[in-house]
Design a protein around this ligand. Structure first.
Ligand code: GUN
Ligand code: ZN
Length: 442
């Protein structure tokens, strides 16, 4: 980038706080600039404000990019996604446990091979940037090389990413299982090589309770106690068959969450994917620990897992993050995740406003993952990760957008009708990392 940096000019929407559940955002929770300007220098936001106010303060001749008629927002965040499942998306007809055995485990076996992992990591990151996702918390496989290749690819692109090696020492094909010893050794080697390098962070990744022995879960808790700045993610209470299996495997634990509690895995940097079948005391325990549940609506619908009760979590003070959970999920796009979240909410009588939805996709996810000092909002000093949405991306969207009377309606139309075509450009670390091919889009 030029040393004076660059100026992006156009409409800006960014959250400063939780907008609440109401039809209008809580006072002070929203930054909306109709003719805004974001000055990017060295990968960060040097200044942001109304164009008319900021322009006179800028270096003469600074490069300007005009996004008139578009909408700039913080890059979207995906709190739980499996990059290694990209090529088994849309695998027919199964629920969780059969889906794992028939499609997922065989596919994950391929990641023993570096060339395959490299190929999929690059394709996955291309796709994420095409849909405006600039940060994700990513499951790899149990093979360390699947993590090395992912982190290397993310680092070359200047992305902020969390990822980790799957830990599983039982109830999976031999080609995928590690051991208590190798799981710790490989995780520690990967942490040393990648954690805190540029914009990368390490997430301890026990797959879920059934595939780890008590001894393995115990060692993961030990690593976390010694390094509380690490993240952790796993799965929790997604599917009825899974829950029954956990009860059989861990008869001494009070419930599914109790397994993770027993081994010290429930903390402020812990993400539990799904959490569909929880009672209120379990939600309260998660909330007291400062953990978050990743709500993965396209996955929950695709695998027939159930309907996530977002407002029961909110009542418990439990953070929910939004996630695609690809390949259980059917779409990497944050907009598609919002659309499905809205539909799930409708079935439970708790529709999701566009304010709350876009807050969760950006600052809400950043806060719950403890990344909000870096990303999630467009403010001075934050890292320059920006998605540029196009309210007129397709003829249909252009017609609908022409009818919207205010920002709430515009954002809702994008969340229901938008897809990868509505992402006009994506910026990460102050550089343009995706530009929609306008010629090929209607
Ligand atoms: N539970 C354990 N592993 C998985 C997985 O890969 N995907 C989902 N959705 N749930 C899981
Ligand atoms: Zn998952």
């Amino acid at each position: 980038a030029p040393s004076a940096g660059r100026l992006l000019r156009g409409p800006v929407v960014s959250f400063l706080n939780d907008p609440g559940e109401g039809d209008t955002p809580e006072p002070g929770s929203l930054l909306h600039l109709e003719d805004g300007a974001i000055w990017l220098v060295d990968g960060r936001i040097q200044a942001i404000g109304d164009y008319a106010e900021l322009a006179p303060q800028l270096p003469a001749g600074i490069e300007q990019v005009d996004y008139a008629g578009k909408l700039m927002m913080p890059g979207f965040i995906d709190s739980h996604v499996h990059y290694v499942q990209l090529d088994i998306m849309a695998s027919y007809g199964r629920q969780l446990l059969d889906w794992l055995n028939e499609y997922t485990f065989p596919e994950e076996c391929r990641f023993a091979e570096r060339a395959h992992a490299e190929n999929v990591a690059e394709a996955f990151l291309d796709e994420q940037l095409r849909v405006g996702t600039t940060t994700a918390q990513v499951f790899c496989t149990s093979h360390p090389v699947s993590v090395d290749t992912f982190f290397a690819a993310a680092r070359r692109r200047g992305l902020r990413m969390l990822a980790g090696k799957v830990l599983m020492d039982r109830h999976a094909p031999e080609a995928l299982t590690d051991s208590v010893e190798s799981g710790v050794r490989d995780s520690e080697r990967l942490i040393g090589d990648w954690h805190g390098k540029d914009r990368l962070g390490y997430t301890l990744t026990p797959r879920f309770a059934p595939t780890s022995s008590p001894a393995q879960l115990d060692t993961v808790g030990g690593i976390l106690r010694n390094a509380p700045d690490l993240h952790l993610q796993t799965h929790l209470s997604e599917n009825k068959g899974e829950i029954d299996w956990v009860a059989e495997l861990f008869p001494d634990c009070r419930d599914y969450l109790g397994v993770y509690e027993r081994y010290g895995l429930v903390g402020p940097r812990s993400t539990f994917a799904h959490g569909i079948h929880l009672d209120q005391p379990m939600r309260n325990r998660l909330a007291a620990a400062g953990a978050n549940i990743a709500f993965c609506p396209t996955s929950n619908l695709f695998l027939g897992s159930g309907l996530f009760d977002r407002l029961a979590c909110r009542d418990a003070g439990l953070n929910t993050t939004l996630a695609s959970d690809v390949g259980g999920g059917t779409d990497l796009s944050g907009l598609a995740t919002l659309k499905a979240a809205y539909q799930v909410g409708q079935l439970l009588g708790q529709p999701l406003t566009a304010w709350q939805g876009f807050y969760r996709l950006t600052l809400g996810n950043a806060r719950a993952l403890h990344l909000d000092t870096h990303i999630g909002s467009l403010r001075q000093g934050k890292e320059a990760d920006i998605v540029v949405l196009d309210p007129a991306a397709t003829p249909l969207l252009a017609r609908r957008s022409a009818r919207t009377r205010n920002l709430a309606e515009q954002l809702f139309a994008l969340m229901m009708l938008g897809d990868d075509r509505s992402v006009y450009a994506t910026w990460a670390n102050g550089e343009c990392v995706h530009q929609r091919d306008v010629a090929s889009t209607p």
